[in-house]
Structures are given as C-alpha cells and as structure tokens.
Ligand binder design. Structure first.
Ligand SMILES: Nc1ncnc2c1ncn2[C@@H]1O[C@H](COP(=O)(O)OP(=O)(O)OP(=O)(O)O)[C@@H](O)[C@H]1O
Ligand SMILES: [Mg+2]
Length: 528
C-alpha cells in the first residue's frame, strides 16, 4: 500500500509493521498487514467488528506472537515477545477491556508488572509520582483508591496514567472512548493532544467518525484482516470510510414509521432508591412506556440510569414506589420473575454482566431459552434445537465467529456485544431495556441494531433506551426523557427534540429553564 503523505516518506516511522499475519483456530485475524506510524502523528485504525484491529495491536505489544511478518521500532527490527519487551521499547497500550486488578489500589496497578526493574520505589514515592503526573496532565485520580471503587471514566484515567508513568511514547489506544461520557471523551482528547505536543505518537482505534476527524492525521482501514486503504483524514469523508469498512453504503439516517402506542407495558410510579452509601440515587421517578413505543433516557452517565434499569430488571431494590409491568406489580421481584414476565435486558457492562466468557457462543446465545421449549423438551436438552437457534441468531446479527462452539471470550469486542443483543432482543416478550446498545459497534452493526430496536417497537414491544448519544436517541426513540441526579427533568417528543435544550436539561435545568437558556444562547450568537 502506498503512503499518501509524500512528506512522510522521508521520515523513519516510529513503528513499522511489515506483512503481519496472525491466525487463530478457524480465523485469520490479520493477513499480510503493513502499518506505519510516523513520529508525532495520530493514526486512526478503523474497521468492522472482528476486522482484526485489536489482534494487530496485541501483536505489536507482545500479547500475541505473529505467524509471519516483522516489526521495526524506530527503524530497528524488534523482537517483542512479551508486554515487558513492549514497555522497554516505549510502547504502551490501553486495552479495549481494561486490564486493571479490581482488588488492588491505583498505585499498585500502575507499577504492576514492573518488577523487572532494578529499583522499586516505596508506596509513598509511587503515590507522589502519580500525583505529579496527575497535576501535569490534569488527570484526577486518587492513587490510594481501590479499582473497584472507581467508575469506568476513572479507570480509563488510571490506564492512561499507567502509560505515562511507564514512560511510553508510542501510545496504542483501543477504543478508549467507547465507555466514556461525552465530557470524559473531551477530557481524554485534551490529554492526547498534550501528549502529541510533547512528541509522542499514537494509534487510535475508534468506531466514531467524529473522533477520527478530531484526533488523527491519517486513517488506516482494515477489512476482514487486510488493509483496505490508508488515507489522509482531511481528504476523506465518513461515508467513504464507512463504505471502505463494510463494503456497502451505510445510511446515517433511519426511516421510522409513525408510532401507534397501545396499552401501558411499563409503569414506573414515584420510584425511589438509594446507593450503597444510603444516598438517594432515584428520586420520585415516574413514567409510562406503552406497547409499540420507545422511550429514550438521556443523561450524563452516573445520574441514576444504571440504578433505574437494575431496579426494573430485579437486579437491585427500590426503597419505595412501584414498577408495574403489563398491569402486574413487579416491584422488587427477582430477576427470574422479571425474565419470565417478558423483560429483556441489555446491560451497560457487557463483559462482567452480559456473557459467560468460558461458555460457547451457542450457549451464550440461547441462555434465556434454557427453561422453555423447544430448547428443552420434557426436561431434556435438545442440542439440535440449541444449534438451530444459535445459527439463526449468528446469521441475523452477522456475528463473526469461527464456530458456534468457540468460547465467547475469544470473540472481538463488538461481536461479544452482538451476542448479547441477539439473545436479549430475541427473547423480548413485551419489554426491552437497552443500555447503550450500540457501544463498541462498527457503523454497519450500529445501524442494524438501531433498526432492530425500531422493529421491536413496530411489532408492539415497549423499549426503554438508555443512551448518551443524543443522535441515537433522536433517531431511534419516540419520546426522550432527561435524567439528572436521579430525577426526570422533563420529556420531549423525539421529532421535536432540540439537542441544545436536552443538553441544558442533562446539566440539571428544567424543561422550561433549558428552553430559555437555549433561546438566550441563540440570541447571544446572533448578536455577535
Ligand atoms: N485470543 C483469540 N483466540 C481466538 N480468536 C481470536 C482471539 N483474539 C481475536 N480472535 C479472532 O480474531 C478476529 C479479529 O478480532 P479482533 O479482536 O482483532 O477484532 P477487532 O477489529 O478488534 O473488532 P472489534 O471492533 O469488535 O473490537 C476475530 O474473528 C476474533 O474472534
Ligand atoms: Mg477490538
């Protein structure tokens, strides 16, 4: 593949991967891939779920060993046999699924694996260094906090801090923003910009087109393990990239037929709940979702969304108020009761809650059908039916897996998400609770999932869609309610939704106040 930047041909790349091939049982994750990263640049790595992005980067940092090909770091052939070798070469990676040890502190995680160094500083010295980096990069983290006490945004900061602490100057960021709020993503872009200013280089994996524009100078597109194109970011467009990635046109707008709501399916009445510390996390929440309707919940993560979905699905308890499903009081019932009353749940944290990694793809797909026919007949497991049902779902959701029997943990991040979607949407009998369903999906899969949600509504199910992506809420939902500090600030019909007004409500304004603030801001803009 020819490089597009003539100027850079004179520079020695900081990383050059030549003809990398990596096989796994039943799949070739990378086939003769060549990649160059130049000093001081951000290269975006783009591709469908399962295209081989994480595998290629895992080869670069010594987690996987390539079957063919060679790697040069700063012009010198490098033998990278372990992450330790990678650290010594100045390579650092933030993984798609964080690799932090939950029961250890931030400081312990930062130095974990650095034992080969001759000198290990004391705990207080490590904390002092972490605090210095925190100040320098405005990365707020308490070095003495335990990982399990931190939210995903903070965990992400720890991962970045780990890279800086270890002196990495070649950064590999595998979908670092997939689990972040828009505010946290903004913070991350500031930190990346600062690191690039200091002369570091980065490979940035993302599915979000606007991030490719914001962060990168060049973009390399992988398709089915091979390089489909290397382009200058400023000379390409989201639709060209989408086409190169998935090999077809991707609609960025969805058609939706008019919503015809039926009977109430979910009624939430004056719901109150509190967190572990006893503070209120849901405060007097009320709303109704009818059959054939999608209610979107907009809000910055951490404002009670998780509590709300967990109370509805029986995973957590309400202090007071009611959850009524299809006319039946289901408040504080068990998760099994709720599953049996037709509730499906796409959880926000797909790895720890959504799948059993050591079980096969097929078992994960039919997990919700274990108690009913035809998967179980007269108490006996019908393996033929399991295989049939799994195959249907693999085809319908385009899940890329070597076979049904592959353990789920070996699938790419996006394909794991597709397993959960296929199982939960497939099992929905009335109410579907979907939290951030398109996280980590490529543009093609994202479009397919949004269509699936709309389909569920069209066939008469009620859908609760929790998302931070306002575009997604506006295109998919029928009504949008905004949650802030556990309260509903107001509700608007999606077709009349104004992103600015919703933004103000997400920051705590009432509907009226938000409309006023948005109007004033507009006047201000006109006046300039
Ligand atoms: N450890 C492994 N064992 C077996 N197969 C693997 C392993 N790691 C990756 N694969 C396979 O390699 C292929 C490429 O996966 P990879 O994780 O690199 O995709 P990706 O481009 O990062 O996708 P996503 O956007 O979903 O994260 C997939 O088919 C995946 O199942
Ligand atoms: Mg990946």
């Amino acid at each position: 593949m020819e490089d597009t930047m003539a100027l850079q041909n004179d520079l020695t790349p900081v990383v050059e991967m030549k003809g990398i091939t990596k096989h796994f049982p039943g799949v070739t994750a990378n086939n003769q891939v060549t990649l160059k990263l130049y000093p001081g640049e951000v290269l975006a790595l783009l591709g469908e779920n399962g295209a081989g992005k994480s595998s290629l980067m895992n080869v670069l940092v010594g987690l996987y060993r390539q079957d063919e090909g060679e790697i040069l770091v700063r012009g010198t052939p490098a033998e990278i046999h372990s992450p330790k070798d990678a650290v010594q070469l100045g390579l650092g990676m933030v993984h798609q699924n964080f690799k932090l040890v939950e029961t250890m502190t931030v400081a312990e995680n930062v130095v974990l694996g650095l034992k080969h160094l001759d000198f290990i500083p004391s705990f207080s010295e490590i904390c002092r260094r972490i605090n210095t980096i925190s100040r320098q990069y405005n990365l707020q983290v308490d070095p003495r906090a335990y990982i399990w006490q931190l939210g995903v945004g903070e965990q992400q900061r720890v991962e970045i801090l780990k890279l800086i602490y270890r002196g990495a100057d070649i950064l590999i960021l595998d979908e670092p923003t997939a689990v972040l709020t828009p505010q946290e993503s903004g913070e991350l872009s500031r930190i990346i910009a600062q690191m690039i200013d200091e002369g570091k280089s980065a490979i940035f994996i993302t599915h979000k087109m606007e991030e490719i524009k914001r962060f990168s100078q060049r973009v390399q597109v992988l398709r089915k393990g091979e390089t489909a194109a290397v382009l200058e970011t400023s000379k390409t467009t989201p639709s060209e990239l989408a086409r190169l990635m998935v090999g077809r046109e991707v609609l960025f707008r969805l058609e939706k037929k008019i919503c015809c709501p039926g009977e109430p399916v979910l009624e939430v009445k004056n719901l109150c709940a509190s967190n572990e510390a006893g503070r209120p996390s849901l405060q007097d929440l009320s709303f109704i979702i009818r059959a054939g309707e999608i209610l979107g919940i907009a809000g910055v993560a951490g404002n009670g969304q998780r509590k709300l979905t967990e109370v509805i699905t029986g995973l957590d308890r309400a202090d007071s108020g009611k959850v009524v499903i299809q006319g039946k009081d289901m408040t504080n019932r068990t998760p099994l009761d709720l599953i049996q009353s037709g509730v499906s749940h796409i959880p926000p944290d797909r790895i720890s809650m959504g799948i059993v990694g050591d079980m096969s793809v097929a078992s994960n797909l039919v997990m919700k059908e274990y108690r009913s026919e035809p998967v179980v007949k007269r108490g006996i497991f019908n393996y033929k039916e399991v295989a049939k049902s799994a195959k249907e779902k693999i085809d319908a959701y385009n899940i890329s897996t070597p076979s049904q029997n592959t353990e789920a943990k070996f699938l790419s991040g996006g394909n794991i998400q597709k397993i959960i979607l296929a199982r939960e949407i497939g099992a929905c009998r009335g109410l579907l609770i979907a939290s951030y369903p398109s996280r980590g999906l490529d543009v093609g899969a994202m479009e397919a999932v949004r269509l699936q949600l709309i389909d569920q509504r069209n066939i008469g199910n009620a859908v609760l869609l929790v998302s931070e992506d306002l575009e997604e809420l506006i295109t998919v939902a029928d009504r949008i309610a905004v949650i802030y500090e556990g309260r509903i600030m107001g509700e608007v019909p999606a077709e009349k939704a104004d992103i600015k007004i919703i933004g103000h409500m997400m920051a705590g304004a009432s509907l009226k106040g938000a409309a006023q603030a948005a109007a004033e801001a507009e006047l201000g803009e006109d006046g300039i």
